[in-house]
Design a protein around this ligand. Structure first.
Ligand code: SF4
Length: 318
């Protein structure tokens, strides 16, 4: 959960998740929709699916006992070199190095490494250093956590608190006053603007039409309201017209768009998205469950794992 996500955001999700899936076996036995429901809102849903797959493997291959062998940990879905090192050192106190966002900044400063941290040669030096500083017997977990903590609390990207840093006497970056240049600032991220529109197609008795996102889609395995890219409209075409045309072409169903309910902004990977949300109705003779759409009442939507914007829309409905 903590990959790419801050601790403060994770804490309530972690507690809810652990109450629901207290053991590896509980998680392995759960169906994916339930796992995604308890993850919904944390983003990067691939992590939840991989953790679920890893739990199944731990049960099938290791009798439900999480392995402590590095290669066995690394072979589990969703676990890379950093996570394997974190698990092995924190949970088993075995010597495994960690290079992550915070520690790589300290290590680069302690080694006075110039250049981009993503550079393969620099990464190799950082991993070698992270390995060299670990005690050979016990204490690797504490050592790794201490460096992570100094990185997040003291050796900050901007204006690090060098005077209270326990490492300042051995830090060449502090000595030369080059904290602003080490590590080298990342190149600015280039975002792409995009306009999308979601349809809240309502039926007084059946509820709202939703769809399960396909494996290759942005929110694979989660449910969402029908949604279309309307960034490129034809000359004179309105968003409503584009939506109705795209919906007809995709589902072979006509809709009547009633009103703009709301708009919201959100970001996904490199996209900065403006999402317009329209209330709409379907022609009475249509059978949406034949074309990948399903009706769900407002109460039923509360128990579905919805995409992050789907959840925001559901909150607006309630
Ligand atoms: S002395 Fe400053 S730059 Fe060096 S490790 Fe400590 S906080 Fe980071």
């Amino acid at each position: 959960m903590l990959q790419q996500t801050q601790v403060a955001t994770v804490v309530p999700y972690f507690h809810r998740f652990m109450e629901e899936f207290s053991t590896v076996g509980d998680l392995a036995r759960a169906d994916e929709e339930r796992v995604l429901f308890y993850w919904a809102g944390l983003g990067y849903y691939r992590r939840a699916k991989q953790m679920h797959a890893a739990a199944k493997l731990v049960v099938a291959k290791h009798g439900g006992i999480f392995p402590s062998d590095y290669d066995q940990i690394l072979s589990l879905p969703g676990i890379g070199r950093y996570t394997a090192g974190a698990i092995r050192s924190f949970a088993f106190d075995l010597p495994s190095p960690i290079v992550e966002a915070n520690t790589q900044r300290i290590f680069a400063r302690l080694l006075k490494l110039k250049g981009q941290l993503t550079d393969a040669k620099i990464q190799s030096e950082l991993w070698n250093f992270a390995t060299a500083i670990l005690p050979t017997k016990t204490g690797s977990g504490e050592t790794n956590q201490a460096f992570m903590e100094i990185g997040s609390q003291i050796c900050l990207p901007k204006n690090p608190h060098c005077l209270v840093c326990p490492l300042h006497q051995m830090c060449p970056t502090y000595e030369s006053g080059s904290q602003a240049e080490i590590p080298s600032p990342k190149p600015a991220k280039i975002y792409e603007d995009r306009t999308e529109a979601a349809l809240l197609i309502h039926h007084p008795k059946k509820g709202y039409l939703v769809r399960l996102c396909l494996p290759e889609e942005r929110w694979a395995g989660l449910w969402d309201f029908p949604r279309f890219d309307v960034s490129k409209l034809s000359a004179g075409e309105s968003i409503e017209e584009s939506l109705a045309t795209q919906f007809l072409s995709k589902y072979d169903l006509s809709i009547e768009i009633r009103s703009l309910m709301s708009s919201m902004k959100h970001g996904v990977t490199k996209y900065r998205i403006t999402l317009y949300c329209f209330e709409a109705a379907l022609s009475p003779q249509s059978r949406p469950n034949r074309v990948g759409l399903e009706w769900r009442t407002r109460d039923q939507l509360a128990t579905l794992p919805l995409s992050s914007t789907g959840k925001r829309l559901w909150k607006q409905l309630t």
